[in-house]
Design a protein around this ligand. Sequence first.
Ligand code: GCV
Length: 683
Amino acid sequence: MRSIMRFYCLLLAFLAAVPFVVRAEDGSQLWLRFSKQGKPTGTVRITGGESTDATLMLAKQELQLYWKGMDVILKLDHRRKELKDGYQIRQHGNQVHVVAGRSVGLLYAAYHLLRLQETEGQIPNAGLTEIPSYDIRILNHWDNLDGTIERGYAGHSLWKWEELPYKLSSRYEQYARANTSVGINATVLNNVNASSELLKAEYLLKVKALADVFRKYGIKVYLSINFSAPKNLGGVSSSDPLNQDVQQWWNSKAKEIYGLIPDFGGFLVKANSEGQPGPQDYGRTHADGANMLADALRPYGGTVFWRAFVYHPTKDDRAKQAYQEFVPLDGQFRENVILQVKNGPIDFQPREPFNPLLGAMPNTAKMLEFQLTQEYLGFSNHLVYLAPLFKEVLDSDTYANGKGQTVSKLTDSRGHLGRKTAIAAVANIGLDTNWTGHHFAQANWYAFGRLAWNNNLSSVQIADEWIRMTFTGVQEFVEPIKKLMLESREAAVDYMMPLGLHHLFAFEHHYGPEPWGDIPGGRPDWMPWYYHNADSVGLGFDRTVNGSRAVTQYNPSLDKIYGNISTCPENLLLWFHHVSWNYRMNSGNTLWSELCFRYDHGVQKVREFQKVWDRMERYIDRSRFSDVQAKLRIQTRDAVWWKDACLQYFQSFSRQPIPYELERPIYELEDLKKIKLPMGHHN
Ligand code: GCV
């Protein structure tokens, strides 16, 4: 008896010594870890809707399970069309009144209330109204039918094609719920490097099974299509968009799809890009191709997302090509076509200027494509919070029709041609228990959803919410981790490619540095030297009027700023200019020294992140703590690898010492050149 007493006393003493009781976690709950403690107190009533409405019932159920505030009345009022997918929330006495024009609006409102609860936020006295910035808020999965994911770093695909449509993994519904909780309302299931197979009847039944799961969450399914499908699958002799048999094939395919999935969203198309087929194979234009598909989808209200990521090895500066290709087609696309434009003119680099196409083509609907999967940002090993990158692009002033025409204003629902608006991101999700490989990569999925819902939110606010819901609201954790997240993207830019450098990545896998990379006879526009142009004079790509003239694709007011070495923002200097090693930067350093300082700064930042993280051990669960700790170690090692590789390689051109106050290289350049990682894939 005494020893039992002693055990309990010890246990109590132990518990008292642990400042915060933490529960075991594996990250699978994402930001939806609603506390089970404390009884839900309120009652939830619905007015104006039917009990057969699965979405409404879901809104009610989520609140009944997790809401601990006052009674809630959910009112569906179809007349409130101006709210679109949005809602109004007001407090009346001791009740919360929610109004929406669509049932999904009430579901979004339920998640809003739960977010307020978990982050200790308040409903403002005057109430709140939320209307989403974009109509279509969509994830693009680059998932292949064999379960692999192109540029996926969080395990295999969620979609178990071999089990569908008969067996439904419980993760399908969890996935839909997570998306809806942040406002995402659409998903493209498969890779833009698309297999025609997916359009076969047997696969469409599988797609239907997923669409049936997602429907009550308000999520629509889209598919990437292969432009040659009529030829590959349908026994048509060509896939020429002006050929009537081809048009007929797409019309009947659309009919077949909508017969199975009445709310099917539409098609995403990568055409005549990186070896994919397209209308140009038949001497037709991108508009001809897009319009044929748009016509097939129009009777059912479907949309075509036509990607602008098009470039050819033999042509001009790669950064100019999408603009050259598409601007002449302005005004030629059907109403239900949206041109899907990557945020930068090259390819999801750690930093790029905004894509000039976004400020051009005033008579064409355009949308942004971001990348959540960290193809060029350390895969799921590096902690890089992407909201600052997204905001940088959204807030960029294009100067189209005068100052203040930001990318967000030109692409979101503020008077955008009166057509549907959209924003996309390449997903970073896979079968890993924590969904995204790195616990902090969940924040990028979260941030994309939140910004797609409201592009006015700040990176700070989004980080704050995410940390509180995903980890803890304890101030001693929230503040330092928020700071760390906010600094993480700039740190990655610094240790990988500062000052506007880009595409210094190793061939194929894009993980580590290979500024020396060269494959004799390979495509020059897939080689790092094509981008950095290091020589005995200096470094950088001359895109001014004396060079490739890419700068002239921007509005003249911007062209002037970017094109002049003394006004070009330094974080884009080597993107637009070939700069001599001894050029004086704003800091007073020469370009060479500044480059060294920036690389070093990136490394020092990640070392600091490690220290910050180690202090957090007491506030969170052991398992997520040690996962992140281990990944930060990898990140620091990689940062040193990047710095040593790039600085020693560029030093062979600058022929100047690394400033003596900086940490010295520890790796031999010759050894770094021998590193070959066993990861597949082209360019
Ligand atoms: C899906 C980059 C990637 C490719 C990707 C392509 C695209 O080139 O490396 O893996 O292909 O972009 O966005 O189409």
